[in-house]
Design a protein around this ligand. Structure first.
Ligand SMILES: Cc1cc2nc3c(=O)[nH]c(=O)nc-3n(C[C@H](O)[C@H](O)[C@H](O)COP(=O)(O)O)c2cc1C
Length: 302
């Protein structure tokens, strides 16, 4: 069975990627045993998690030389110098690629959507002219015309897109009246948004696509591959079940391909993307999602 794939031009043995989370903030094995079984949300110990740029570079350097898989660095800058300076440092520390986690909350009444998107594109252009390694952009889903922005980001030099990021959930504690925040772990209920957008953008941008959100098991991995994802990333499931869950997902993928007589991941990639489904209007109305669920039987794996 050939599970091999490519992402950002990097050859990978299989398409399941651990995405940015406290688990990948260090590569010491103890963190795995700290991950909370059955946890419903995760409250990062920010002091431990955010080790600053020098700690991050040290971790990246050690991980890149110790591991035989590509290590993609995650970068969230604020100023132009921050984006480019840190990108250069990440490249020098051995990153195989850089994921730009661009998220600016539009709270200024005077800033238009077009202006905000122009800033995103400018960040990509500047980082592109600074580093030689591939760059990918992790996006939030909140854009009025995601296809247009995606095309602009690719034209500015993005080699890939990650759809989509998740964010802290603010809440109010009614006993103390304090504003709290947590990062609830995702479930497969979050799948449809990323699923539809990967399906709609697959093969149209000339860049890699990484699916992010709602991967609980091999079932979600297979669905994302069917709509055209080059890789499927997962954070919540690994925090909930521990890093070894990645192997369980990979085995489930392999078993499903085998049972359904496919000999590779390439054989199913994009089979159900928007260029292959008969009624794209159904896709846009999202009825497609239920059609897709019918196509992929519930008893896929395990
Ligand atoms: C506890 C936690 C911390 C995260 N930290 C980051 C981060 O620092 N940078 C980032 O780009 N994404 C971060 N993410 C988002 C994940 O990488 C991922 O994109 C998102 O959780 C959706 O995937 P999932 O449904 O598999 O969790 C974090 C997610 C969780 C749950």
């Amino acid at each position: 069975m050939n599970l091999a794939t490519r992402y950002l031009g990097l050859p990978l043995a299989h398409p399941i990627v651990a995405s940015a989370s406290p688990l990948s903030a260090t590569f010491y094995t103890e963190l795995g045993s700290n991950s909370q079984a059955e946890a419903g949300s995760y409250f990062p110990e920010l002091a431990d998690y955010d080790c600053g740029i020098s700690g991050y570079l040290e971790t990246l350097e050690s991980a890149s030389s110790a591991l035989d898989i590509p290590v993609i660095a995650s970068l969230n800058g604020t100023t132009a110098e921050g984006w480019t300076g840190h990108a250069r440092a990440l490249e020098q520390a051995g990153a195989a690629a850089i994921e730009l986690n661009i998220y600016s909350i539009p709270i200024d009444l005077a800033v238009s959507g077009a202006e905000l998107e122009r800033r995103y594109v400018e960040i990509v252009r500047q980082v592109r002219s600074t580093v030689r390694i591939p760059i990918t952009v992790k996006l939030a889903p909140y854009f009025t015309s995601l296809p247009h922005l995606a095309a602009e980001l690719v034209a500015a030099g993005a080699d890939g897109l990650v759809l989509f990021n998740r964010f802290y959930a603010p809440d109010i504690d009614l006993q103390t009246l304090r504003v709290t925040r947590s990062l609830p772990l995702s479930t497969a209920a979050e799948l449809p948004l990323s699923l539809v957008w990967i399906a709609l953008l697959s093969r149209r941008l000339g860049c890699s696509l990484a699916a992010s959100r709602g991967v609980e098991s091999a079932v979600e991995v297979i669905k994302y591959l069917l709509v055209g994802a080059d890789v499927v990333t997962t954070a919540s499931a690994l925090l909930r079940n521990g890093p070894q869950h990645l192997a369980t997902m990979r085995e489930g993928l392999e078993r499903w391909l085998d049972t359904n007589h496919y000999d590779s991941v390439d054989a199913i990639r994009g089979l159900k993307d928007a260029t292959h489904v008969e009624h794209v209007d159904a896709l846009i109305r999202a009825q497609y999602v239920s059609a897709l669920i019918e196509y992929v039987p519930g008893k896929l794996v395990q």
